[in-house]
Design a protein around this ligand. Structure first.
Ligand SMILES: Cc1cc2nc3c(=O)[nH]c(=O)nc-3n(C[C@H](O)[C@H](O)[C@H](O)COP(=O)(O)OP(=O)(O)OC[C@H]3O[C@@H](n4cnc5c(N)ncnc54)[C@H](O)[C@@H]3O)c2cc1C
Length: 532
């Protein structure tokens, strides 16, 4: 069968694109290498989940999908999806949105013009986006309404006024949020509720959040967290126009000159299948989209470069009083005070309190340096102090480097015989300077909130940044020498191949990325509907 559009990847961007295109009457084939997972299938193992994957994880991909990581000394190692350096997200219907925390941020208007504001640091590939905040604003609004986001639009004073409020009010404030708001007020910093893609009240025929502790890294037990798996994709399928095929590993896009005729994929029985369409939309996530285009023979000096995510800072504090109220998801209060306009710093970032950190994850990641990692003393410290700790975290605007990149490994192949992604390079050193600046602000905030002990160090040296916030490998731009797709997200040099995921981000904003990925996928898909 020939389709109007084939979409590769049923994650954040792919789900939105499927919904827009089917609503416009297009016949869509949506191909996803993962499966459609229920809550029970995703499980609640604190040692095997997408937030801490010590012995595996819970939303894919499986061991059939290794990658190769190139070390600074030129040697390389093969890594599985839950091992350090993989730069993974998730591989399932919904992609990362099945298990994400759902922080639903609009980027700051200045996030789209980083080069104009800050110049281009030597060795970096810092650029402006070819579109601006105003181009995305109506699409942000559509996603907030159609996905379901709770928050307080009026409190977002760092952004132009919203045309429409969030469809749901913020969740009731937690104990740690109350404390951090008090601290910020003392410092004179404006704070606001973190916008979240979950139902604070019943919405779109699904119930309200029950405030459990198993949010980020897990699927929602009552289906109150909103991702593409329970909104856009079911709507697309219900239209009767979308054929969702899971267990479908796309091998390559079939092209003739600058025109794509379809794709070849392996179905769940490992049979090679060819499907044809008028238009191809790639939404496989920043690493796999670059890999797929490279393997399909697309050529551009930029393809696969500028891999970025978010250098994330984290600081923890110990307080006199118990802050633990067991009210998930936990994250509640943010400031955008340090997003831009910081003397001598390129960009900045957002700071917010954290999701509830499950005890074993806290033990592994967040114990103070002076506490032993095992034995009775560590257990006593946890018993006496875990409920009196609170952390602050935040993403900075990574300064992209062309050397941070995805290529095809020359020797390692996956089980289908496709060369795996080879990851190399590191973020630009300016990212580390910005992270150190933001970390100092987190420490200041924790102390103002009453922490009597603060710990956690900012990163000291550049490293490859991608991971769950991966972006940038097929950046958008007018000039084909400096970008992979044009402003409509059509691949330069082709007439019918588009990209609708995080890989088109020129820079990745000083905020978590998924809402921008969805808004831009919405804009891209609407553009595609104008073709015919
Ligand atoms: C634990 C966790 C917490 C997070 N919290 C937040 C948050 O609070 N806020 C936020 O903004 N972001 C968060 N994220 C990140 C967010 O989920 C991602 O930014 C977003 O999902 C990326 O969207 P995408 O469309 O680029 O790709 P994805 O959502 O990753 O979708 C890509 C899909 O393509 C499929 N695919 C890849 N290759 C192929 C192939 N060859 N053939 C077929 N299918 C393929 C993949 O299996 C995947 O399902 C979180 C992620 C995780 C895992």
């Amino acid at each position: 069968m020939t389709y109007d559009v084939i979409i590769i990847g049923a994650g954040a961007g792919g789900g939105v694109a499927a919904n827009v295109l089917t609503a416009a009457g297009k016949r869509v084939l949506l191909l996803e290498r993962g499966i459609s997972q229920t809550f029970a299938e995703t499980g609640r193992d604190p040692l095997r989940n997408q937030r801490m994957s010590l012995y595996g994880h819970n939303a894919g991909p499986n061991a059939d999908h290794p990658r190769v990581v190139e070390q600074a000394d030129g040697s390389s190692r093969v890594v599985l999806p839950w091992q350090d350096g993989y730069q993974g997200n998730a591989a399932t219907v919904g992609g990362g949105t099945l298990v994400y925390g759902g922080q639903a941020w609009r980027y700051h208007p200045n996030d789209f013009r980083m080069r104009s504001l800050y110049g281009q640091p030597a060795g970096s590939s810092l650029e402006d986006w070819p579109i601006g905040y105003d181009d995305l604003a109506p699409h942000y609004e559509r996603i907030e309404q159609e996905l379901g986001v709770c928050g307080d639009a009026q409190a977002m004073t760092h952004l132009p006024a919203y045309a429409r409020s969030y469809p749901m009010p913020p969740l009731a404030l937690t104990r740690q949020g109350t404390l951090h708001r008090r601290g910020a007020t003392q410092l004179g910093w404006h704070t606001f509720p973190v916008p979240l893609a979950l139902n604070s009240v019943p919405y779109a025929d699904r119930p309200a959040c029950i405030r459990c502790e198993w949010c980020v890294g897990f699927a929602c037990p009552v289906d109150a967290k909103n991702g593409s798996h329970n909104t856009f994709i079911p709507r697309a399928v219900a239209s009767g126009k979308c054929n969702l095929v899971t267990g479908a590993m796309v091998e390559h896009i079939v092209t003739k000159g600058g025109h794509a005729t379809g794709v070849v994929y392996f179905d769940q029985d490992n049979q090679r299948v060819t499907a044809e369409a008028e238009v191809i939309v790639v939404a496989a996530g920043a690493v796999e989209t670059a890999r797929l285009l490279l393997h399909s023979g697309f050529e551009s000096g930029q393809l696969g470069r500028n891999l970025q995510g978010h250098v994330y800072i984290s600081a923890n504090g110990l307080f006199d009083e118990s802050l633990y109220d067991g009210l998930g998801p936990g994250v509640s209060t943010a400031t955008a005070r340090w997003s831009h306009g910081n003397d001598g710093i390129i960009g900045g970032g957002m700071l917010a309190d954290d999701f509830i950190v499950l005890p074993v994850i806290f033990w592994k990641r967040d114990l103070p340096p002076h506490v032993p990692r095992w034995g009775l003393a560590a257990k006593h410290w946890m018993r006496d102090n875990y409920s009196r700790t609170a952390g602050l975290k935040g993403p900075i605007q990574d300064i992209p480097s062309p050397e941070a990149r995805v290529t095809l490994d020359p020797s390692v192949k996956d089980r289908w015989g496709i060369p795996v992604a080879r990851l190399s390079g590191a973020t630009h050193p300016e990212s580390i300077r910005t992270a150190q600046f933001l970390h100092a602000k987190a420490v200041e905030w924790l102390r103002a909130s009453g922490a009597r002990e603060v710990w956690g160090e900012p990163p000291a040296a550049p490293y490859l940044s991608g991971g769950q916030h991966q972006a940038g490998t097929c950046r958008m731009g007018h000039d084909p020498r400096l970008s992979v797709v044009d402003a409509s997200c059509k691949v330069h040099g082709t007439d019918n191949v588009y990209i609708a995921d995080g890989s088109v981000h020129v820079t990745n904003g000083g905020f978590n990325p998924f809402l921008t990925i969805m808004a831009n996928a919405h804009r891209t898909a609407e553009g595609i509907t104008q073709r015919w």
